[in-house]
Design a protein around this ligand. Structure first.
Ligand code: FA5
Length: 328
């Protein structure tokens, strides 16, 4: 009696069954009470010699148990499968999918890009992981310059080259990168993420967004900056807001200014630094400061969003709370 062959066929038939009916047919074929192949074998035991009986009997009984277990397993698999795919009640109301929502900063970013594009600015982007040279040195902030303290920096270990790397503390490094690769005149904005190793509060985050602006050409003056930025504000806020310029210091501009906007409560919120591009920066990118001038600004995108939407705390933007985001 060739049990091995019988076993191979039975296992193959059961495992290849694609539904419960085929499975049942296989059960009847091998284990059926009347003419099941294995049942016949077991029935024939009585006619065998004692020795054969012992051998075939053991094998056949083991096979019977094996096939029964296999059938049970297969049937349960098939029914789980069937539930998923065949028992869908299409008349039931659908499950509501939780949808995300556009982040308010994404909206503000899009608006800023659009307004400056409409004023003929090109939009460019730069790396968040930056070289010390672009973030500081080429911007007239050498290593021993006290102004480095203005930007608390996340330094990044560099095991690839000798360059000192950091997470950019502002978008200003793109001023240098852009001028290295392009001739004046041009006008660009550089929106992007910036990083500072500092304590957070209602108006400071360690990760925030800036938009850099840079306009370079012959005869550019601070008056051009005033006109551009005031036109931008009018378009962006859709109304006149009270703002003030304060003299300020950044090593890469001369003169330098800062701009604050008056909040509804009467407080001032600083939104940007700006000024005329410093001669040393032009030298670093091999521009002739006698032929071109330029103004640059760097504004806090989060701060603009806070003013526009009346958001009291910058940290809300990064809380990951959809209930907050959905209000905008
Ligand atoms: C700068 O980063 C200069 N690069 C700006 C600049 C560009 C000056 C070009 C001159 C010419 P400052 O550190 O002040 O400057 O930051 C600029 C703006 O970014 C601030 O006015 C503020 O709106 C925003 N900002 C700065 N630090 C934070 C912070 N921790 N969280 C949120 N916004 C910030």
């Amino acid at each position: 009696m060739d049990i091995t062959n019988l076993r191979a066929r039975a296992i193959k038939d059961i495992e290849s069954a694609t539904d419960a009916k085929v499975c049942e047919a296989a059960r009847v074929r091998y284990l059926g009470r009347k003419e099941g192949e294995l049942t016949e074998v077991l029935r024939g035991l009585s006619k065998m010699s004692v020795e054969e009986k012992r051998r075939v009997g053991t094998e056949a009984n083991e096979l019977k148990q094996e096939l029964e277990a296999l059938l049970t397993k297969k049937l349960s698999e098939l029914s789980a499968h069937g539930k998923k795919h065949t028992h869908v009640d299409v008349t039931r109301p659908g499950k509501k999918m939780a949808l995300g929502h556009e982040h308010p900063l994404t909206k503000i970013d899009a608006q800023v890009r659009e307004i400056f594009s409409s004023m003929n600015f090109s939009v460019v982007e730069g790396p968040e992981l930056e070289e010390e040279h672009y973030n500081f040195d080429a911007l007239n902030i050498p290593a021993d310059h006290p102004a480095r303290d203005m930007w608390d920096t996340f330094w990044v270990k560099n095991e690839v080259s000798k360059k000192k790397m950091l997470m950019r503390t502002h978008t200003s490094p793109m001023q240098v990168r852009y001028m290295e690769a392009h001739e004046a005149p041009f006008q660009i904005i550089v929106p992007g993420r910036t990083f500072r190793y500092e304590a957070t509060d209602a108006s400071h985050e360690i990760n925030f967004y800036q938009v850099e602006g840079l306009v370079v050409g012959p005869d550019i003056t601070l008056a051009n900056f005033k006109y551009i930025i005031e036109t931008f504000f009018k378009k962006f806020f859709g109304k006149e807001l009270e703002f003030r310029y304060r003299p300020s210091y950044f090593p890469f501009v001369e003169p330098g200014v800062e701009l604050d906007i008056r909040l509804p409560g009467g407080k001032w919120l600083e939104v940007m630094g700006a000024g005329m591009v410093h001669r040393n920066v032009f030298d670093a990118v091999k521009y002739d400061y006698r032929k071109v001038q330029g103004f640059a600004f760097g504004m806090g995108l989060d701060r603009l969003a806070m003013i526009k939407y009346g958001i009291p705390d910058i940290r809300l933007f990064y809380s990951g709370d959809v209930r907050f985001i959905k209000q905008f």
